[in-house]
Each structure stands twice: as structure tokens, then as C-alpha cells.
Ligand binder design. Structure first.
Ligand code: PGA
Length: 251
């Protein structure tokens, strides 16, 4: 039996939390899809400024990025150590928007993941090729390069996010995603190969969640746009809950 419980990660990017996510903190939690669930893991990634109110509302939170050094002259940054103190249990490392907007390199991403592990924060490490790289037939080469140097022998999660599918409405087909997930899994250290979760990200929504989550090597989703819409996100949560027992039994 697999230990790869589905993980749905709601990446809210530079947007306020949906009002519905902050409701029912002490009421009926089953009415709020963003709240912790029994059979699947649901984690939200608000801006730094919204972390505390999400924690107060009973949500499991992660940060969208973190600096590897504990303190120092890094204007605008927040360290993994600080995120730990603030109550973050997860952190995204190397999201493609960070790689693009803030020029984060593979080495930076690896340093972030190592620092997160040292603070006992679970890193979700994002990798994925651009459209140009895919069209040149280089998708696997890029992903392999991005995996190199990562602390894959530790308890981490990988998020495969083809850059061309992020926020574009274009999703990788389930077969394309499965092929890359299997490729990624084959490059994990042997003793971590079956236990490491690999999430898919890039225009995952209610409409395509079932086909994607049915793939054997897809262990959840890193969801941007659709996670800001409570009803849409609720439907993805329902799909994951429904498929969860099957996924655990058929790794
Ligand atoms: P999207 O974003 O679901 O809006 O494509 C995913 C992500 O960037 O993590």
C-alpha cells in the first residue's frame, strides 16, 4: 500500500484569501473545503501578510517562498526560520514565477529546500519546462537538470508544473503529465521512489482534476486560479476524497 496520501496545495499567489476560506473556523468545518480533511492533505499558501489570519481560521498553511539564511541583510525576504516561528508547515521552493521574476536558480532552490528541512518545514519543490523547451524536445532534460542537487533523499514533495500550463488554461494531458511524473519518479533515490509525492500543477480545475488524479504517479495538485474559487476548489477536493482510497491501494 502506498503512503502517498493526496495533497492539494492552494497557491493563492498575490491575492487575498477567498472570504469563504476564513469561515467556519469554529463551526461546521465540513462546509469549508480549505479546512483540514481526514483522507487527503489540504494546505493553503497565502501571502505572508495573510498567514496569521489563515492559521487563526484553522487552516494548515504554507509560505510561497522563503530565504535559506536565518537572518541578515536581505531586504524584503523572510527566512525559513521565521516561517517556522510563524506557524508554516510547508513552503513552496522554486515556483516558476519566482524563478522568472526573482531569477531564482536551481542552486537557490536547492538551498531553500535544505533550509526548510532544517527548520522542519516540508518543502514543495517546483520544477517544469517552458513551452519553448518542450517544443525543442528538451522537457525531460530540463526536469532532470532541475532535480539535480535537490535533497531528494529527504522527505520532500515535488510539484511538476509545466510553465506553459500555468495560468494559461492549457493543461498537460493526463498522459503527458503521467509520463513526466513517472520520469521524475524514476530519478528519485530508490528508497524514496514509492513514498515521495509528486503533484501536478498548471490549470488544474474541477473539470480535469479527475482525469489527472487518476494517473498512478500523480499524488495531488498545486492549484492556482481554481483554488481562489471556493466552489471550484471544493469540487477538486471532492474528487480527491473520492479517489483517495483507490490511489492508496494502487500506487
Ligand atoms: P494555475 O497555477 O493553477 O493558475 O495554473 C498553478 C501554480 O502556479 O501553482
Amino acid at each position: 500500500m502506498s503512503s502517498r496520501k493526496f495533497l492539494l496545495a492552494a497557491n493563492w499567489k498575490m491575492n487575498p484569501p477567498p472570504a469563504a476560506a476564513l469561515e467556519n473556523a469554529h463551526g461546521d468545518r465540513s462546509k469549508n473545503p480549505y479546512h483540514p480533511h481526514a483522507d487527503i492533505d489540504v494546505v493553503v499558501f497565502p501571502t505572508f501578510l495573510d498567514l496569521q489570519r489563515c492559521i487563526d481560521a484553522g487552516l494548515i498553511v504554507g509560505a510561497q517562498c522563503g530565504h535559506p539564511e536565518a537572518t541578515g541583510a536581505h531586504t524584503g525576504d523572510v527566512s525559513m526560520a521565521m516561517l517556522k516561528t510563524a506557524g508554516c508547515r510547508y513552503v513552496l521552493c522554486g515556483h516558476s514565477e519566482r524563478r522568472k521574476d526573482h531569477h531564482e536558480t536551481d542552486a537557490d532552490v536547492a538551498a531553500q529546500a535544505i533550509a526548510a528541512l532544517e527548520q522542519k518545514i516540508h518543502p514543495i519543490i517546483c520544477i517544469g519546462e517552458t513551452l519553448e523547451e518542450r517544443e525543442k524536445g528538451q522537457a525531460q532534460i530540463i526536469v532532470k537538470r532541475q532535480l539535480k542537487g535537490l535533497p531528494l533523499e529527504s522527505d520532500v514533495t515535488i510539484a511538476y508544473e509545466p510553465v506553459w500550463a500555468i495560468g494559461t488554461g492549457k493543461t498537460a494531458t493526463p498522459a503527458q503529465a503521467q509520463e513526466m511524473h513517472a520520469f521524475i519518479r524514476s530519478h528519485l533515490p530508490e528508497d524514496r521512489r514509492e513514498s515521495t509525492r509528486i503533484l501536478y500543477g498548471g490549470s488544474m480545475k474541477a473539470e480535469n482534476a479527475e482525469a489527472l488524479l487518476k494517473q498512478k504517479d500523480i499524488d495531488g495538485g498545486l492549484i492556482g486560479g481554481a483554488s481562489l474559487k471556493p466552489e471550484e476548489f471544493g469540487k477538486i477536493v471532492e474528487v480527491a476524497e473520492r479517489l483517495s482510497a483507490f490511489h492508496l491501494l494502487h500506487p
